[in-house]
Design a protein around this ligand. Structure first.
Ligand code: SF4
Length: 260
């Protein structure tokens, strides 16, 4: 990092700490992604842990992992192997019998931001890619407004098979598929995970709280900061909630050093 970059980073960090203190956040976990060490008790905490925020160092690229410990080619290969396992998976009898294909995940294997949705729908089941239907198009517009591109982030779901009739995933199905989600998180190693909707938020964080209560703050999941917001499909039914999602995206991007 150059002297200018270092001083910019220090100024950004000071501004973040100041704004977090102003917001009443008192517990800050500083962390080195290079070493994986944390200076507080937030390391590898799988349960919700609100208010922990990280003064992450910024790289030249906003959207690639700044201090990757795993080369990109190795990540791609590991994701390919995991995806091949998923394609053969029959853990959920009903889903594996009714799916057209599994829907693993797409995007940048070094992404700093991972979006996690609920499960594939009819369009996703047909095309083998998450968020390609109407909700996916709305997600694309949200990303664009947030100065993000799909190719820069990583997108996956709690489930990798479509539940018949788009029913809510059963707890057992989410548990069956958790190994694959955790595998993707471990390989991509994002700094931020955005849970889209209550199924993603509740399953990832193990929380019973509503999405309305989980919004507006960061949780920790392993090394990642987790933000919860509404699912784009919910926004299609409830357009009034778009302003809340916009607020959540501004909150996320502010933490990344981008003012929307
Ligand atoms: S949802 Fe996940 S665990 Fe269940 S059959 Fe599909 S890939 Fe396997």
């Amino acid at each position: 990092m150059s002297g200018d970059s270092a001083s910019r980073s220090r100024r950004a960090t000071a501004q973040q700490l100041s704004s977090l203190r102003a917001a009443g956040v008192t517990r800050i976990a500083s962390r080195s992604r290079k070493s994986g060490q944390t200076s507080s008790d937030t390391k590898s905490v799988p349960a919700p842990d609100a208010t922990a925020a990280t003064a992450c160092s910024r790289s030249a690229s906003l959207f690639n992992a700044p201090q990757s410990t795993m080369p990109r080619a190795e990540r791609e290969e590991k994701l390919r192997i995991l995806s091949a396992r998923v394609a053969q998976c029959v853990r959920c009898a009903e889903l594996s019998a009714t799916r057209t294909q599994t829907v693993f995940g797409v995007g940048n294997p070094e992404a700093r931001i991972m979006f996690v949705g609920e499960a594939p729908g009819a369009d996703e089941d047909r095309q083998g890619e998450p968020f390609v239907g109407a909700a996916g198009q709305l997600l694309n517009r949200i990303l664009e407004a947030s100065q993000l591109k799909r190719a820069e982030i990583y997108i996956c779901n709690i489930l990798r098979c479509r539940p018949p009739g788009n029913r809510t995933p059963a707890l057992e199905e989410a548990a069956n598929c958790r190994e694959y989600l955790d595998g993707q998180i471990e390989i991509v190693d994002p700094e931020y995970i955005v849970c889209l909707g209550s199924v993603a938020a509740k399953n990832l964080l193990g929380s019973m709280d509503s999405i309305g209560k989980l919004r507006g703050r960061f949780f920790n999941y392993g090394r990642a900061k987790v933000l919860c917001t509404y699912h784009p499909a919910y926004l299609l039914r409830n357009p009034a909630a778009k302003k809340d999602v916009w607020g959540d995206m501004k909150f996320l991007m502010h933490d990344l050093g981008v003012e929307l």
